[in-house]
Write a protein that binds this ligand. Sequence first.
Ligand SMILES: Cc1cc2nc3c(=O)[nH]c(=O)nc-3n(C[C@H](O)[C@H](O)[C@H](O)COP(=O)(O)OP(=O)(O)OC[C@H]3O[C@@H](n4cnc5c(N)ncnc54)[C@H](O)[C@@H]3O)c2cc1C
Ligand SMILES: NC(=O)c1ccc[n+]([C@@H]2O[C@H](COP(=O)([O-])OP(=O)(O)OC[C@H]3O[C@@H](n4cnc5c(N)ncnc54)[C@H](OP(=O)(O)O)[C@@H]3O)[C@@H](O)[C@H]2O)c1
Length: 420
Amino acid sequence: MENLFRFHDPQDLSSRRCVWVNGPLIVGAGPSGLATAACLREQGVPFMVLERTDCIASLWQRRTYDRLKLHLPKQSCQLPKLPFPEHYPEYPTKRQFIDYLESYAKHFDINPRFNECVLSARYYETSGLWRVKTASSTGGEMEYISRWLVVATGENAERVVPDIEGFAEFEGDMIHACEYKSGESFRGKKVLVVGCGNSGMELSLDLCNHSASPSMVVRSSVHVLPREVFGKSTFELAVLMMQWLPLWLVDKILVILAWLILGNLEKFGVKRPSMGPLELKNRHGKTPVLDIGTLEKIRSGDIKVVPGIKRFSNNEVELVNGEKLDIDAVVFATGYRSNVPYWLQEGDFFSKNGYPKRPFPHGWKGNAGLYAVGFTRRGLAGASSDAVKIAQDIGNVWKQEIKQVKQRTVARHRRCISQF
Ligand SMILES: Cc1cc2nc3c(=O)[nH]c(=O)nc-3n(C[C@H](O)[C@H](O)[C@H](O)COP(=O)(O)OP(=O)(O)OC[C@H]3O[C@@H](n4cnc5c(N)ncnc54)[C@H](O)[C@@H]3O)c2cc1C
Ligand SMILES: NC(=O)c1ccc[n+]([C@@H]2O[C@H](COP(=O)([O-])OP(=O)(O)OC[C@H]3O[C@@H](n4cnc5c(N)ncnc54)[C@H](OP(=O)(O)O)[C@@H]3O)[C@@H](O)[C@H]2O)c1
């Protein structure tokens, strides 16, 4: 599948090992990269997957907390061509999801090159090829050359930690949600959870369940929806309604249902945005929170909701309303960002925020053999749909070229025979 040869870059005096990739090069072995690889396998197209860590689905294996479950029903989270095992519950646990991904990779014979972090990727018009440079954890450098580049590094590649005044003075523990495993280590502690997305809400609940005292920072507004309405997943209900109703109406219905089921949250400090949940997601990528019990703890006062932060000092935090809180630890549940702008040397397809410029459904295909999978802010379902389209697109070109090569070989063979 690959050729190893020595390669000399005129601009780079040191020589590095160079690999010719027969077929597309996929960067990232998370669900998106695996789904694309599986679909390419079905098309008969060879591929190579590069992964910066030493495992598949590193977000799920290394950067998520123990209590995590998929928050959408399993039918919406399975990858193409291989459903979840039938005995899986409606909302699989993190462990079950990882097991599924491991067996998915095995089933489609996907063997990523681990510990290869892509540092740069650039297209060379003269050769019509992508040159992708990596650094391995052992310090070695490699260069991969390919006609197709599939970006599958995810919307959550890097943690976001805000720079808040007095940050360095704080003497307690400070971690990001991606380092949080369980509330066990916070038992009896006063913990400030910064952020009220799905992570902030679930970590606050987990802290409560481990006898810690969380205060959750809600600096603006957030849509909180029940995970289920009358026993049916709210997400599936929204998808169903969107087949017949305009988005604004579906948004109105969702807000009314949330109000009926969850009540008025404003008196607890949780304000609803004026824009509807689906429109907000589409326009600004802000995910609504699906409640799995946090609101009950907010109502009971076990989780305190506080406004934005003004500054930190050695063992306290001052809030924008002037209130000061004594705290032992801080968990930043302040989200993630894409890392594409740091390594992809390209300005047409991806914008500076690391997402494709063209909105859904056009953001999966760029020019010159460049593709993006899992950047439509539509979770695992969106990644699966991108993967199918990408594999079909590359597969069509691949099959066409194989056919042409076969025809040329037969023609050459015939010429040879007629010369005798
Ligand atoms: C806590 C949490 C819970 C979530 N729960 C859900 C859920 O229930 N349902 C849902 O649909 N979505 C959920 N999501 C969204 C999540 O992004 C997707 O589920 C899924 O992980 C996206 O897959 P991906 O392959 O696009 O990205 P990732 O899973 O992030 O995988 C990207 C891979 O690329 C690798 N990589 C990154 N940069 C480089 C580089 N430069 N070189 C080489 N490799 C690189 C990473 O190490 C990683 O393994 C959740 C996200 C978080 C943070
Ligand atoms: N069970 C699950 O399936 C599950 C669990 C967790 C996460 N996820 C998914 O993972 C992705 C990331 O979720 P996330 O919750 O980690 O991130 P997120 O949705 O981006 O939320 C980040 C939160 O941090 C707040 N924030 C950022 N900077 C702040 C600051 N300086 N001060 C105070 N607040 C600040 C934001 O507030 P503003 O809104 O005011 O900016 C927002 O509330 C989402 O797609 C989510 O659905 C899923």
